[in-house]
Structure formats: C-alpha cells, structure tokens
Write a protein that binds this ligand. Structure first.
Ligand SMILES: NC(=O)C1=CN([C@@H]2O[C@H](COP(=O)(O)OP(=O)(O)OC[C@H]3O[C@@H](n4cnc5c(N)ncnc54)[C@H](OP(=O)(O)O)[C@@H]3O)[C@@H](O)[C@H]2O)C=CC1
Ligand SMILES: CC(=O)N[C@@H](CCC(=O)OP(=O)(O)O)C(=O)O
Length: 335
C-alpha cells in the first residue's frame, strides 16, 4: 500500500480525491491537510463534505512541517492554489515522494509564463523542466516515469482531447486558429465564494477574454495557436467546450471520424460519440469521462467536448496518472 497524502483536502477537488484514494485498493489515505491557519483545521472531512461521512472521517490537519509530512508519504496529491503548490512541491520531491499537482504551477515551460499569467516568478526551473504534463490519454509513457506530474487544467483537458487527434492527423488548417468557446460550472472556481463566483451572482458570461492562462497552456501543449473564450454558467459542475476549426483542403467527415475513433479506441474514459452527435454535460457530470461529438460542413468542423471539471478536469485525471505511474489497472477508483 502506498501512503498517500492530500494537501488541500477540504477543497472541491480535494474532497473528490479523498473519495477516490479511499476507494483505491493500493493506496492508503495517510493524511489530509489544509493550511496552517485554516478555519477548518482539525475538523473531520466527513463533517465538511457530507458525501464522505461514514466513509472517511479523518481530521483535516494543519500543514506545519512539510518536510516531516513528506518523510512519511509515498504519494502526494496537491489540490492547492498555484503558488502554494509551487512553494511546497519541491520539499515533497526532495524527500522522494511522487507528486501529482492539480494546480498550474508546473504545467508550462516558458520564461515569462508565470509572471505574465500567474503573477509570481517561478523559482524552480529544474522541476518545471522535469515535470510531466498529465494529459493521461496522450502522455502515458512519460507519466509512467515521472516524479512530478502536472495535471492539466479543466478547460485545457476538454479542449485538447477534442482537437489533438485532428491536429496530429494533419486534418486542421492551422492558418485559421481553432476557436474554443467553453462554459464552466461554478465549482471550477473552487469553494471560496466571491462576488464573481457566488452562485446567485452567476448568470452566463464570458470572462478572461484574450487574457485567460489556459489559452497559452492549450496552445503550448497542442503546438497550435487557438482563440479561447471561457464562460461561467449558472450550474455547479461540468465544462462544455464547443470548438470551431477549419479543416485542411479536401478533408472529409469520414476522416475526422476515423481520427477521433482511432485515437481513443482503447481509451475507455474518452468516448467519441460519432458524427452528428453533440456532447452534453448530463452524461459526464460526476464521472471521469470525456464525451466528444463532431459535425463537418464544407471545410469546417464543430467539435463538442464535455467533462466534469472536478473529475476528468482535475481529480480523476490525477488518479489516472497515479494508476499509470504505478502500473495499476487504468480505471481503478475511477469507474
Ligand atoms: N475546481 C476545479 O474545477 C479545478 C481546479 N483545479 C486546480 O486545483 C487546485 C485546487 O482547486 P479547488 O479544489 O477548486 O480549490 P478550493 O479552493 O476548493 O480548495 C483549496 C484547498 O487548499 C487549501 N489550502 C489553501 N492554502 C493552503 C496552504 N497554504 N497549505 C495547504 N492547504 C491550503 C484550502 O483550505 P484552507 O484555505 O482552509 O487551508 C482548500 O482545502 C487549484 O490549483 C485549482 O486551480 C484544476 C482543475 C479544475
Ligand atoms: C470557472 C472558473 O473560474 N474556472 C477556473 C479554472 C479552474 C481550473 O481548472 O484551472 P487551473 O487548475 O488552471 O486553475 C478559472 O477560470 O480560473
């Protein structure tokens, strides 16, 4: 059994991770942590997240001595804000832990990316270079050897899973940048309420237009510029990305279908729905699946990609990476 620690366990993705680690036959939940001065310190996670009550009633411990926690852990899941993950991941790594970070702290190698999009200067270039991007269906070989896995963001997961098969098969005319319109539920912003993400204040609106940090994350990992327009919707969980792209000269709907079906033929968690089909949230909410639909008319393809932001967009993708890293059966604790 691998001793597994979750930092940020009281948050939305942390609670999902807690449930999956509890269900995993090869992982032992050895500690749940929150910040040193958290208002939730020492509360039982089952009291905070009712769905866990009676399953996991461990206390949320204040994280004081990172080194000491690291010494007693094999696997560390960081469900913390970007800068927190940035600050503490190297200590866990120095003690030999395998780290799976749900934040954006180690996702993109580029000089100005963290100052431009995250508002802090990255201090750990060496780890940034070694970190493996955890897009599970596409990076298996590297994830299997990684010490540090940077689990992709939720919008980047939905967007890349739809576009990557077509780009890799050379079916997209990249002179015209694919346009990604994506709507996320409010849980995408985490559990802390503010005027912009308080449920009563949310209607349906675009945000971060031309400035959102997921645009460069998507472009970097796809190797293709994109226009990305995130929207906040008045529902709790899920992301629907609707993507318009120009096909290369002469590409047919049959080729698009073949590329998507071939890419995911042995990948249970990504479900190509077929030409003329549209992905919908209801089918993926509370699951680790990504559903993809597509339609072609003339030289354009419209793809729809739906995930649960907290699961395939975060926690269950992290669990996929753990399963790959340690050679466990791929769907363990997910389906
Ligand atoms: N929500 C989503 O859909 C997705 C989130 N992510 C990323 O995953 C990470 C977690 O997100 P989410 O679960 O939504 O966030 P939440 O805001 O819901 O939870 C954050 C957690 O971190 C804890 N925390 C804060 N500061 C510290 C600290 N210094 N040390 C230890 N724990 C700390 C918080 O508890 P307390 O403040 O009480 O200490 C809380 O448990 C973020 O980086 C986010 O960007 C990625 C993909 C999707
Ligand atoms: C609705 C909402 O606010 N969503 C978040 C994305 C959350 C996420 O997946 O992203 P990171 O891990 O990269 O933070 C946002 O737009 O900032």
């Amino acid at each position: 059994m691998l001793k597994t620690v979750i930092v940020g366990a009281s948050g939305y993705t942390g609670a999902e991770l807690t449930k999956m680690v509890f269900l995993h036959p090869e992982l032992e939940l050895s500690g749940l942590y929150v910040s040193e001065n958290s208002v939730d310190a020492n509360k039982s996670i089952g009291d905070l997240h009712g769905a866990l009550k009676g399953l996991v009633d461990l206390p949320l411990q204040p994280l004081k001595d990172v080194s000491a926690v690291a010494k007693s852990a094999d696997v560390v899941l960081l469900a913390t804000a970007h800068e927190v993950s940035h600050n503490i991941a190297p200590t866990f790594l120095a003690e030999g832990c395998k780290v799976f970070d749900l934040s954006g702290a180690f996702r993109v190698q580029s000089d100005s990316f963290y100052t431009d999009y995250y508002g802090f200067e990255h201090q750990y270039g060496e780890w940034l270079e070694k970190a493996v991007y955890g897009l599970a269906e596409w990076n298996e070989a590297d994830i299997a050897k990684a010490d540090l896995v940077a689990v992709p963001g939720c919008y980047p997961t939905a967007s890349q899973l739809a576009l990557k098969p077509l780009l890799d098969a050379g079916l997209i005319d990249t002179q015209q940048w694919p346009v990604i319109n994506a709507v996320s539920g409010v849980s995408g912003a985490g559990r802390k309420a503010s005027m912009t993400n308080s449920f009563c204040e949310v209607s349906l609106h675009a945000y971060g237009v031309f400035t959102h940090r997921h645009q460069p994350e998507i472009s970097t990992h796809l190797g293709c510029d994109v226009i990305f327009i995130p929207h906040l919707g008045n529902f709790k969980r899920g992301i629907l990305a609707t993507i318009t792209a120009k096909l290369a000269e002469g590409v047919s709907e049959v080729q698009v279908t073949e590329a998507l079906e071939k890419a995911y033929e042995n990948k249970t968690l990504v479900r190509p729905l077929g030409a003329g089909q549209s992905a919908k949230l209801q089918s993926v909410q509370n699951t680790g699946f990504c559903d993809i639909g597509w339609s072609v008319k003339g030289q354009h393809v419209i793809l729809t990609s739906a995930i649960d932001n907290l699961l395939k967009g975060a926690a269950s993708q992290a669990m996929q990476c753990i399963n790959i890293r340690f050679g466990f059966s791929p769907l363990t604790a997910i389906v």
